[in-house]
Design a protein around this ligand. Structure first.
Ligand SMILES: *Cc1c(COP(=O)(O)O)cnc(C)c1O
Length: 426
């Protein structure tokens, strides 16, 4: 593995596993509950294998992803890493050495297709994944797969029923939940599955005073009454992601699902920045300047010539572009650090490159100024604040692009090398 102490010779994302472990400890301490590391979307672009293993080492007893295919991939990774499967059954408590995996987006399957050998849901059961259902159709598919799995000697499946408590995304609305709960209880009686969880997701946890989360909680309580009334005993009630975990203690329930905070970003910097939360950004995206050049005043830069040098100028070229996940919306604004210099993109972002302003090439009296950087110097797009005080955060990028830090890190192109670092390895 290349050491990150050497300057970047190509574009790379350095993933600081110590920062990840630190963030995990901060969040676990606040939560005071068992916690799930949400590692969907390749761990928010950070790399699912090292992130998952680091979170387990930091005490996670659950790992969660959206896509079933990614959950199956994760199970393979864990098997290869010697991480045990959890004890079967509805009551066994997972541990960091034998964690549970939850996947909440399954392909749409008929019961027949779901029951077929090798179907995605059969594979989910063989991989000991916990599954979720929001609708009767989804439940029927899960039940069919579970029945087929148990018929060939498998253990009963583990299901989390999802209630819609105000997000209007997945989950059963109040009107539909009783039928779903009744059907789930009927399936449970046949011995093919256990309903182990009731869950939902908050839509406005980053608005501490909106009253929305209190409404979610009230709806969750009613959902719980419905499912227990149907004879189900879901022991795991979970509602909070990072925002709920941090800002709504009542939502922590039996398990929290932490995503963005683990990666050292705030769910909403307007409420509290990552620094204010004591979190350290885990990803540093950096690239070596491929060249510097001096251009005369008035020189137009990049496609469309949308920026022109206001004076005789030093420019730097950074080998990252929108194909790598650098948003085109960052044109003329994306912040970049080169050593102690903090500057921005000038002109448009190209597919694989963009240009930064390195400052005036002459002083006010027309005397030449040296270039403050040279080819090979490292340009940092986003990362954790360091001693120079110049490194932008992914949240800074989100602010200039009109988006959220989540999108900045998750859209980093899969071909940009991820290089992990931790004190132990150095
Ligand atoms: C992404 C996601 C999370 C994690 O959210 P963060 O805000 O990143 O902590 C938790 N639960 C569900 C259902 C999600 O989709």
């Amino acid at each position: 593995m290349p050491t990150v102490k050497q300057p970047a010779t190509t574009s790379r994302a350095v993933i600081d596993l110590d920062a990840l472990a630190h963030n995990a400890r901060v969040l676990a301490e606040v939560a005071g509950t068992p916690w799930m590391a949400v590692v969907k979307a390749d761990a928010y672009g950070h790399g699912i294998a090292p992130v998952s293993l680091t979170c387990l080492a930091a005490g996670a007893t659950w790992l969660g992803v959206a896509q079933l295919a990614e959950a199956l991939h994760l199970r393979d990774l864990l098997d290869q890493a010697g991480i045990a499967r959890p004890e079967p059954g509805p009551d066994a408590v997972p541990t960091p050495r034998a964690p549970r995996l939850l996947s909440w987006l399954a392909p749409v399957l008929t019961p027949q297709a779901a029951a077929a050998p090798g179907s995605p849901l059969r594979r989910a059961l063989e991989a000991d994944l916990d599954m979720s259902a929001s609708t009767l159709d989804q439940l029927e598919a899960v039940v069919a797969a579970c029945a087929a799995h148990v018929a060939v000697g498998g253990v009963p499946g583990r299901l989390h029923l999802k209630a819609d408590t105000g997000m209007s995304r997945a989950g059963a609305v109040a009107e539909d939940l009783p039928a779903l709960a009744e059907a789930a209880r009927a399936a449970e009686r046949t011995g093919v599955l256990d309903v182990v969880g009731l869950w939902s997701h908050l839509s406005r946890a980053d608005e501490p005073d909106s009253g929305s989360t209190e409404e979610h909680l009230a709806r969750f309580a009613r959902a719980e009454a419905v499912v227990t009334g149907a004879g189900l005993t879901p022991r795991l009630r979970h509602l909070a992601a990072t925002g709920g975990l941090l800002w709504h203690p009542d939502t922590r329930l039996d398990l929290v699902r932490a995503g963005i905070g683990l990666y050292g970003l705030s769910p909403d910097p307007a409420v509290a920045t990552s620094a204010e939360l004591g979190l350290t950004p885990v990803m540093r995206l950096e690239a070596p300047l491929t060249l510097t050049k001096r251009v005369p005043a008035g020189t137009a830069v990049s496609y469309g010539g949308t920026w022109a040098a206001p004076t005789e100028r030093w420019l730097g070229l950074v080998p990252l572009g929108y194909a790598d996940g650098v948003p085109r919306h960052a044109a003329g604004a994306g912040p970049v650090a080169v050593g102690t210099l903090r500057t921005t993109i000038v002109g448009k972002v190209c597919m694989d490159q963009f240009v930064i302003d390195l400052g005036p090439a002459v002083d006010d009296d027309g005397r030449p100024l040296p270039c403050p950087a040279r080819a090979g110097d490292t340009a940092v797009l986003w990362g954790a604040p360091d001693a120079t005080g110049t490194v932008p955060t992914a949240d800074d990028w989100a602010a200039v692009c009109g988006t959220i830090g989540y999108e900045i890190v998750t859209r980093l192109g899969p071909h940009v090398p991820r290089v992990t670092t931790s004190q132990e390895e150095q």
